[in-house]
Write a protein that binds this ligand. Structure first.
Ligand SMILES: [Zn+2]
Length: 244
């Protein structure tokens, strides 16, 4: 599944469409597309794993889910689930989920939690962690899109490794300064991820994701589905402390 940086990468690629007129929208998706006709595309933004096409009074959120993809001025043999047509170009989405929202993105989304937005507020996230999620495991909460918007499995695994925290650690037992450091690692690694996308080197540059041993002490990594999220997790039990 694409993580926040992959969506921001797509958004950055689409900036040339900003200000252009959408002649029509198509696709087999059930969302009502009748308002998207001869209308100016005011902005293209991203919120976590959603790509946002912003028009004057409404916007469309596109989520690629597990199998979605996007093509510009190219088509697959199968029908697009959603497509925006311009005078001389088109953006096609395959197996993507779309949602129509009346109003502006900040009427609905809290940009303070988006790990890649300038509005990201580490103090807000820390407070939420300690007050509303204190009895949960950190490895689960990192996947919560309302709190760590844009984090996916690679970011989760790499950030926990860099912060030296075991994913099964209980939040109320992790020292506050470790939590602060973890949040910092999430943001820093997400920015690195965005850079690595330019040369398509995310997976090969990962420290433990997709690897078999810890690069530091050569210990064999524990690789299994962990926590309530049941996502494939990589852990070095020597480097990552379990707070219980
Ligand atoms: Zn290690």
């Amino acid at each position: 599944m694409p993580e926040g940086p992959s969506i921001l990468f797509l958004r950055n690629k689409l900036q040339r469409f900003k200000g252009k007129t959408v002649s029509e929208a198509s696709g087999y998706g059930e969302m009502d597309k009748s308002k998207i006709e001869n209308i100016k595309l005011e902005d293209i933004d991203a919120f976590g794993k959603n790509l946002l096409f912003v028009f004057k009074d409404f916007f469309i959120a596109v989520h690629l889910g597990l199998f979605g993809s996007m093509l510009v001025n190219k088509r697959k043999k199968v029908n697009a689930s959603f497509a925006l047509h311009f005078a001389e170009s088109e953006i096609n989405f395959y197996v993507a989920k779309t949602k129509f929202y009346q109003g502006k993105p900040d009427d609905y989304f809290n940009f303070k939690t988006d790990i890649l937005k300038p509005e990201f507020d580490a103090d807000f996230v820390l407070n939420e962690l300690q007050t509303k999620h204190s009895e949960q495991m950190i490895g689960d909460v990192l996947m919560d899109q309302n709190l760590f918007t844009g984090v996916g499995n690679i970011i989760r695994i790499e950030a926990l490794y860099h912060a030296k925290i075991h994913p099964d650690s209980m939040i109320n037992v992790i020292p506050e300064k470790k939590l602060i450091f973890l949040i910092k690692m999430v943001v820093e690694y997400s920015q690195e991820f965005l850079e690595l996308l330019k040369t398509d080197k995310v997976k090969e540059s990962a420290t433990i994701y997709g690897k078999k041993t810890c690069p530091k002490d050569k210990t064999e990594l524990v690789i299994e589905e962990m926590g309530k999220v049941k996502r494939k997790t990589y852990v070095c039990e020597k480097c990552q402390k379990l707070y219980k």
